[in-house]
Write a protein that binds this ligand. Structure first.
Ligand code: AHR
Length: 554
């Protein structure tokens, strides 16, 4: 095992060689920095309510996500509930999963929902969107969709875990009429339509009442290669006079790829050509951002720019966080453009794909395309990202981590009867307490981290996070990205006194640490009690860590 201090030393020296040393106990493995670090929580400056949907998930019919990950089949020896992996259901129930997006992703714009309903043994096998990219040894279910997991199974999964379904329509290759019919299948009252009868025949007489509907996915790319203007025309057509069945529907427009400001502007400009009332048909615009380019500016090539999920140096650790941190500028930048058209801000941002994306090679199950084994680095990345969403509650109404299981920034890994919760899964468990809280302005005054970036000194912030108030309970989360130094920090809660509290930390002496099927608990949260005095307490944030403080205020 290579420890952080050794890594830093080798990087600073520019040797590029990792020094293997005796493994010291954790307390000795870092130097505590007492540099006047301070956090101020301003209880009288609320920013808005944190939507539980910020803690949403994404499950695409892609390689091992559905088949083997979520779905094992009713006749499997693997414990299951109507074919759905039971251990996944049990784990998800612990983290309050608010909303799950399905069936894609790019897959959505090739999917015919009609293939996935009706008797399971009559459902067709179809070529999966991702078939071309699958390895020859991949299971058939990854290449040719057996359609055993369709709308009924997905909605059942959502109900089992206590989540809302979010379905993405196929704009590229189906008609608007089929979109209406999917809504009719899901939402028309028992006995009202032929499709309601079909649903009832499958064991679901009551409507699913699906509220969130995506109008395509990445319509600027795999979802149809539209210009923003062309897509706006499609969006208007698809969302005009859709049957509601007496309930509100939330239509989510395919939004920009990263910093494509032109998409946001072009789409809204075109939408408004038919009048301001058109804005009311848009619940949100879906922004996608993956942190993938670890080349330190050397290339923009999608393949060459990627780094390794498991083998990385300290500089790669910071570069990933730096790439992920772009999210905050994307939120404020697109919001600014949206405000030029939507003065009341009735349209929200939906970040329905986010996470790190590494090159192939780091899979837990080699035949699972796009699978990565998340490490402590991805946990810190995820905590940082969720904190950014928490800090913009009036802008971000939903976010969906890509993707739930056996894929990119997964919370869980599974193969046959093997299963583990990743460090990312633990972060979601820790941060669930923020849901529905009042986000508070919180000032982090902590010295920057400096690190060697190809012979030049680079900087990254030293500690950041978010805070939310739930009656008398304050939830404060923070990530310390610094790989070697702890931050002894004075925390001041303005206008309140701290009665009692607890601290939960996720860290490990090795920045590469991860959980696996064989060693499931290498990175797990540890909790302890903390004490405050008046409105203050002192807390030491461990290096390379994600921390949650839950404080009862008087
Ligand atoms: O999450 C994997 C893919 O990334 C999705 O299918 C697509 O929407 C995005 O480009």
């Amino acid at each position: 095992m290579i420890r952080r201090r050794d890594l830093l030393r080798s990087t600073v020296a520019g040797a590029g060689v990792l020094l293997a040393t005796r493994c010291l106990p954790f307390a000795e493995a870092f130097d505590s920095a007492t540099t006047g670090a301070r956090i101020e929580v301003l209880t009288d400056e609320p920013l808005g309510t944190i939507s539980p949907n910020i803690y949403g998930h994404f499950t695409e019919n892609l390689s091992g996500v559905v088949y083997d990950g979520m779905w094992v089949g009713e006749n499997s020896k693997i414990p299951n509930i109507h074919g759905i992996r039971k251990e996944l259901v049990d784990e998800m129930r612990k983290i309050k999963p608010s909303v799950v997006r399905f069936p894609g992703g790019c897959f959505a714009d090739s999917y015919d929902w009609r293939d996935g309903i009706g008797p399971a043994d009559k459902r067709p096998r179809r070529t999966n969107f991702w078939e071309d990219e699958e390895s020859p040894s991949a299971p058939a279910s990854h290449k040719y969709d057996p359609n055993q997991f369709g709308t009924n199974e997905f909605v059942r999964f959502c109900k089992l875990i206590g989540s809302e379904p979010y379905l993405a329509g196929n704009v590229r290759s189906l008609s608007a009429q089929e979109f209406y019919r999917w809504i009719e299948y899901c939402n028309s009252p028992a006995g009202s339509t032929t499709l309601a009868d079909t649903r009832a025949a499958a064991g679901f007489p009551e409507p699913f009442n699906v509220h969130y509907w995506g109008v395509g996915n990445e319509s600027w790319g795999c979802g149809g290669n539209f210009t923003p203007q062309e897509y706006a025309v499609e969006f208007r057509r698809w969302t005009t006079w859709v049957p509601r069945f007496h309930q509100e529907l939330a239509f989510i427009a395919s939004g920009p790829n990263v910093d494509d400001w032109n998409w946001t502007r072009g789409f809204l400009e075109e939408i408004l050509k038919k009048g301001r009332g058109q804005l009311r048909s848009i619940y949100g615009m879906a922004l996608h951002h993956y942190a993938w380019n670890l080349s330190r500016g050397a290339t923009q090539d999608w393949v060459k720019g990627k780094g390794d999920a498991l083998k990385f140096d300290v500089v790669d650790w910071y570069e990933l966080l730096r790439e992920g941190e772009r999210m905050e500028g994307l939120i404020t930048g697109h919001w600014q453009i949206m405000s030029e058209f939507d003065h009341e801000h009735s349209i929200k941002l939906i970040v329905d794909e986010w996470g790190p994306w590494y090159r192939p090679g780091g899979e837990a199950t080699p035949t699972n395309q796009l699978e990565q084994i998340p490490t402590l680095r991805d946990a810190v990345f995820s905590g940082m990202t969720l904190d950014m969403f928490n800090r913009h509650p009036e802008k971000v109404a939903m976010a969906n981590c890509a993707q739930l299981i056996n894929c990119l920034n997964s919370l869980y890994l599974a193969h046959e009867d093997k299963f583990c919760v990743t460090p990312v899964g633990h972060v979601f468990g820790m941060y669930a307490d923020h849901q529905g809280g009042q986000s508070l302005r919180t000032i982090f005054s902590v010295p920057d981290v400096t690190y060697d970036r190809d012979g030049k000194q680079a900087r990254f912030w030293g500690l950041k996070g978010s805070a939310s108030l739930h009656d008398k309970q304050l939830v404060l989360t923070a990530v310390n990205p610094e790989v070697t130094s702890a931050h002894e920090t004075e925390i001041v809660v303005r206008g309140a006194s701290v009665q009692s509290g607890s601290a939960t930390t996720l860290t490990n002496p090795d920045i590469h640490a991860h959980n696996s099927f064989e060693q499931r608990n290498v990175v797990t949260p540890q909790s302890k009690a903390v004490e405050g005095k008046g409105g203050r307490l002192t807390y030491t944030f461990s290096p390379a860590s994600v921390t949650k403080l839950v404080l009862t205020l008087g």
